[in-house]
Ligand binder design. Structure first.
Ligand code: MFK
Length: 240
């Protein structure tokens, strides 16, 4: 079963022209693909439909793209390889941090974008700045399994952290998660689509309080509810 899935993914990868910067999916029988050098890394917006997206995900994506037309909502682009400017922002705060060795830089990926198309986190986030809220459309792929047939709680935590972070995000300010509290109410079926509705509840000095729920597309099932506290890093502190 795994073998035929992998074969399907290989042909999917091939159909997409073996995109530059996208390693070929591996099987048990082959060594892990060699990752390419930094100069070959390309920045593809991953928050756009790809062939692994289900009908539900594409439908919801189209609905939100329509809402973007009057400017009330915006789609947030998302990249596998972190943009240099963001890294620079964080470097200012973490002076003691040892930089990633040059030879491994091209391997560095945003965790939730670290899997090839369809295998891990497929998601797109839309933001309504006036209403201080975001909607994340998420499809958890087969590599995110926890209990058989369901998405791993850690993967749910990761996508919730991401959705809340982008809801709390302040342009030009570096923020980090200080606290994340999740109630897992129902298991999320693997390869299904869920909707994560997040909102900024309160801003108190450097503290941003956010909350979200994870719902089925028909809104009949609430899978999880979470609250998060994000802290704007203090430029005066510089080093932690
Ligand atoms: C472009 C790609 C976008 C992708 C999005 C991905 C999002 C991923 C986000 C993450 O996962 S970040 C990684 C996980 N988080 C961390 O590793 C953070 C580790 N913690 C820290 O580095 C520091 O604790 C932190 C920066 C969060 C805070 O340190 P500070 O020294 O700036 O804050 P400070 O300790 O002075 O506290 C500031 C205020 O926050 C409060 N506070 C801090 N931590 C708290 C906590 N855990 N719970 C409750 N309150 C807290 C603290 O009491 C205080 O309140 P008051 O201003 O009212 O006095």
């Amino acid at each position: 079963m795994l073998r035929s899935c992998t074969a399907g993914l290989r042909s999917l990868w091939a159909l997409r022209g073996g995109r530059e910067g996208v390693p070929r999916p591996s099987t048990d029988l082959q060594p892990a693909p060699r990752l390419f050098s930094a100069e070959k890394v390309i920045h593809t917006d991953c928050a756009l439909p790809n062939p692994s997206w289900s009908k539900d995900l594409k439908l919801l994506f189209d609905q939100f793209m329509k809402k973007c037309e009057d400017g009330s909502w915006e789609r947030l682009p998302s990249y596998r390889h972190r943009c240099a400017q963001i890294s620079e922002d964080f470097k200012n705060y973490f002076l003691e941090q040892k930089p990633v060795k040059e030879g491994r830089l091209s391997q560095v990926r945003l965790f939730t974008r670290g899997f090839e198309d369809g295998l891990g986190f497929e998601y797109v986030i839309f933001k309504n700045n006036d209403e201080k809220r975001t909607v994340c459309l998420f499809q958890g792929g087969p590599y995110l399994q926890g209990v058989p047939g369901f998405v791993h709680g850690g993967a749910i935590a990761a996508i919730i952290d991401t959705a809340l972070a982008l809801c709390a995000a302040v342009p030009g300010k570096a923020i980090m998660t200080a606290n994340l509290n999740i109630n897992f109410k129902r298991p999320v079926p693997l390869c299904s689509v869920v909707v994560i509705n997040s909102q900024l509840d309160k801003l108190e000095g450097r503290k941003l309080f956010v909350s979200c729920n994870v719902q089925s597309v028909d809104e009949k099932t609430v899978y999880s509810e979470a609250t998060g506290l994000f802290i704007k890093l203090d430029p005066e502190k510089k080093s932690f």
